[in-house]
Design a protein around this ligand. Structure first.
Ligand code: 4AD
Ligand code: MG
Length: 484
């Protein structure tokens, strides 16, 4: 007899047919006449109820059917007498693949805290919340590839081990095979990386952008989608040390095209999740509503999860310059009452409290901020010359800010002028010789181009309505966190 995942079974199976279902026991309930077992196999948030008559199963078998045990059940699919499910399986045979000692199995049918579940990240995919998140994460990843494929982009795989610091922020994890206790030294007493595996100092990449640009200036439209590593010691709900980034890069695009692409891209993938993850999103929507009830009235969000997602895909993002944003912030109530922790003035890097004020209080919409001061942005961003108020002081940068998240996308038009790019590298202390291959694109057949990076986990955070980025990646990597 063929075996069907529960997701398919619930959709297609015919009443009266014999079926086999396999999965993990969520709950077992015994009444006078029958035993009811809720099975879940991870293919859907929905369980299948399997039912045995009282006395039908031997006592030893029944004892092993506890929460967490894995079973294969064969039986007839029948209309359910009870409320809560339309169909159920009348058991004719049970195989217990693996029991789960109820005194030791940490997942019991009750609400566990997210903090506790983080400590058992190896088992948390078996919960409703985490299986829903992981299925949505999958759908979003698929939607990302589909979006770019549908729009003529090529998937470019950029290296994970690299000798360059694309963002110039010095937050890299070293990759080495040298003996950590006795590394070879140069005459000056520094570590001699010429004896290392790659014959030079290498690190895990912080971004695939520089190689992405090489691809765009050959293939036209490319995107990367891969793991990214940052050794910044930020213990926040928005930062991971290992996260996945999606970086499209497009020849002949300017800043405006870049914004249009970013907005269309995020809206399209969110729409895909709404269409393909309805059950899981409804479950998380409910979960969030319950959680909101425990908060103070003024801290409760105005929109539910589904309403929020609908709102984002059906409204245009606000677009404004950094300079205009600073003016709004300087004149805002919290600034005047001294309620911001960090002061705002032209030239400072906006803190998340400022970004969230703009998005959640002032505009109540996603915002794309552009034309940031050059001093707070990366070397590769194109200088703004024609900008009237601050000529030469700003770059063609854009950050997309989302409610509850802050920055979800960072990108820019790239400096395509060889001399200006080299001058900027000197300014920020990057050796042009070290990036000779990158500069070759500006030496030979340079072209206007633009791109951005979307933090995949920040997108998943937004779509699932979760509050901590460590809960939207299966096995999070963060300071002092690398257990699983
Ligand atoms: O703004 P970032 O640093 O931009 C870049 O890396 C560019 N090279 C992108 C490009 O233009 N191709 O990072 C891009 C996005 C951020 O907006 C954020 O969503 C995410 O990556 N991000 C992180 N996500 C999780 N944990 C971290 N530590 C992150 N750092 C950045
Ligand atoms: Mg950024």
């Amino acid at each position: 007899m063929s075996y069907l995942p529960i997701q398919q079974l619930l959709k297609t199976a015919q009443i009266g047919t014999d079926v086999t279902v396999k999965g993990w026991v969520r709950t077992k309930r015994e009444s006078k006449n029958a035993v009811f077992i809720a099975l879940n196999d991870g293919s859907t948030i929905n369980n299948i109820q399997v039912v045995a008559e009282a006395g039908q199963l031997p006592e030893e078998t029944l004892k092993l059917i506890t929460t967490g045990a894995c079973l294969s059940v064969t039986g007839q699919l029948v209309a359910s007498q009870g409320a809560g499910q339309a169909i159920e399986v009348k058991i004719s045979a049970v195989t217990i693949y693996g029991p789960a000692d109820p005194d030791k199995y940490p997942l019991q049918p009750k609400r566990h805290s997210l903090e506790f579940l983080r400590e058992i990240a190896h088992l948390r995919p078996r919960t409703n919340t985490f299986s829903a998140i992981l299925r949505i994460r999958h759908a979003l990843a698929f939607a990302v590839h589909k979006y770019f494929n549908d729009n003529g982009f090529f998937y470019l795989n950029t290296p994970i081990i690299t000798a360059s610091d694309a963002e110039g922020a010095g937050e890299m994890f070293r990759v080495t095979t040298l003996d950590a206790t006795k590394p070879p030294l140069t005459e000056e007493g520094n570590v001699d990386y010429s004896q290392d595996f790659f014959g030079r100092e290498t690190n895990l990449t912080v971004s695939g952008q520089l190689e992405g640009e090489l691809g765009a200036l050959a293939l036209g439209k490319i995107y990367t989608f891969g793991p990214t590593f940052r050794a910044e010691n930020s213990n926040t709900t928005r930062h991971l040390a290992e996260f996945w980034m999606i970086e499209p890069e497009v020849a002949f695009n300017d800043l405006e095209d870049n914004m249009n692409l970013a907005e269309d891209f995020v809206k399209t993938v969110i729409r895909y999740a709404l269409q393909h993850c309805a059950d899981d999103l409804a479950f998380l929507d409910n979960r969030l509503k319950e959680e909101e009830k425990t908060k103070k009235k003024e801290e409760q969000s105005e929109l539910g999860l589904l309403e929020k997602l609908q709102f984002v895909i059906s409204n245009e993002f606000v677009r404004l310059t950094y300079t205009d944003a600073v003016e709004i912030l300087v004149n805002s109530k919290p600034a005047k009452k001294g309620q911001f922790q960090y002061e705002v003035s032209w030239g400072v890097d906006l803190q998340s409290e400022h970004e969230r004020y703009l998005v959640e209080k002032h505009f109540k919409k996603p915002v794309i901020l552009t034309n940031y001061p050059r001093a707070i942005k990366a070397f590769y961003m194109k200088l703004d010359e024609e900008s009237s108020t601050t000529p030469g002081q700003t770059v063609r940068a854009m950050d997309v800010l989302f409610p509850g998240i802050g920055e979800i996308i960072g990108g820019s038009q790239r400096e395509d002028d060889f001399d200006k790019l080299v001058a900027r590298m000197h300014e920020v202390g990057i050796e042009p010789e070290a990036l000779w291959w990158y500069l070759d694109t500006r030496r030979f057949g340079s072209a206007p181009h633009a791109g951005f990076g979307l933090g995949f986990e920040r997108l998943v955070l937004f779509v699932t309505g979760m509050g901590n980025i460590r809960d939207v990646i299966p096995f999070p990597r963060a300071p002092k966190t690398a257990e699983f």
